[in-house]
Design a protein around this ligand. Structure first.
Ligand code: NAP
Length: 271
């Protein structure tokens, strides 16, 4: 049933492309079911050549021919896009927005007439189909609309449903989170270099360790502290390393980082 839906993507940039990849690789959507519009002719040519999708420079045309329209433009571009597709409002069974900070109320007001809206916050690992996405339904979105959004974004990773009020926290945690992890891996690499490892070897070890630990955690029901305890023997190397991280306040710092990013997301959403 999902496979029969026509998906229209407005904005074929980084996130738009990640979604295209995910939808096609999931095997649930074929190229004839996905159309893309973008303001950039170069981008449309690239999408057309790379993924063999139909592309248009007219957002309204894509909106008109779609069962689900995904708005994947920058937040500051959203006003223009809503104005352009508003005329198609009778033809918009479901509008999904991935724009950070743009509220469901803004989109509902921009489109009018009780259009079902689902707001979504993905992150960049969606590019390698390992994204973490939160979804929240608007006042006209029913369980079928939420289920549709879930299927679409599960094609690029994990999906959780949250209240819209928690979207800023999601932005501070999983939206910005990949950057925290890159910083962690970069520091781990430098630490290896400090201890005499070559940079390429230190990088490979840092990235693989982060990925492996994440995979183990994802495949386990254990509390994260239990996973940590499994490799922390009395008086051993790991507890010596952990003691340094704890005395440096790593836990508290991460909490502050997420709190600051959440607050910033709130501020940007008000602009
Ligand atoms: N990247 C992330 O980590 C991430 C995570 C979660 C959510 N998001 C959200 O995803 C959205 C897209 O982000 P992105 O990184 O994919 O941005 P992006 O790479 O800039 O993609 C947006 C695309 O839309 C095009 N565009 C601009 N105005 C348009 C219009 N009026 N009609 C049609 N297309 C238009 C842009 O063209 P030009 O380049 O020529 O302007 C660009 O190709 C943003 O709202 C962002 O908040 C991103």
């Amino acid at each position: 049933m999902v496979a029969s839906k026509k998906i229209g993507l407005v904005g074929g940039g980084n996130m738009g492309e990640a979604l295209i990849k995910g939808l096609l690789q999931s095997g649930q959507f074929d190229t004839s079911r996905i159309t893309v519009s973008d303001i950039s002719r170069d981008r449309l040519n690239y999408i057309q050549e790379t993924y063999q999708l139909s592309t248009f420079s007219d957002n309204g045309k894509v909106a008109r021919g779609s069962d689900v329209i995904i708005l994947a433009v920058k937040p500051q571009q959203m006003g223009d896009v809503l104005a352009e597709i508003k005329a198609q409002v009778e033809h918009l069974p479901l509008v999904i927005s991935i724009a950070a900070g743009v509220t469901i109320a803004t989109i509902e007001q921009g489109l009018g007439k009780g259009v079902p809206v689902v707001r979504v916050m993905p992150n960049t690992p969606a590019l390698v189909l390992t994204g973490a996405t939160a979804i929240a339904g608007g006042s006209h979105a029913n369980s079928d609309h939420i289920a549709m959004a879930r299927v679409l974004f599960e094609s690029v990773g994990l999906v959780v449903e949250v209240e819209e009020a928690h979207m800023d926290a999601v932005t501070g945690l999983s939206g910005s989170g990949p950057a925290y992890v890159y910083l962690f891996m970069e520091a781990l690499t430098d630490a290896g270099v400090l201890m005499g490892l070559s940079r390429p070897i230190a990088r490979d070890l840092a990235v693989q360790t982060t990925m492996g630990a994440a995979k183990l955690a994802a495949h386990s029901d254990s509390h994260l502290a239990a996973l940590k305890d499994q490799i922390t023997s009395p008086g051993g190397t790991t507890i010596h390393g952990l003691a340094v991280l704890e005395s440096g306040g790593m836990r508290g710092l991460l909490m502050e980082a997420v709190a600051e990013a959440t607050q910033r997301s709130r501020e940007l959403g008000k602009k």
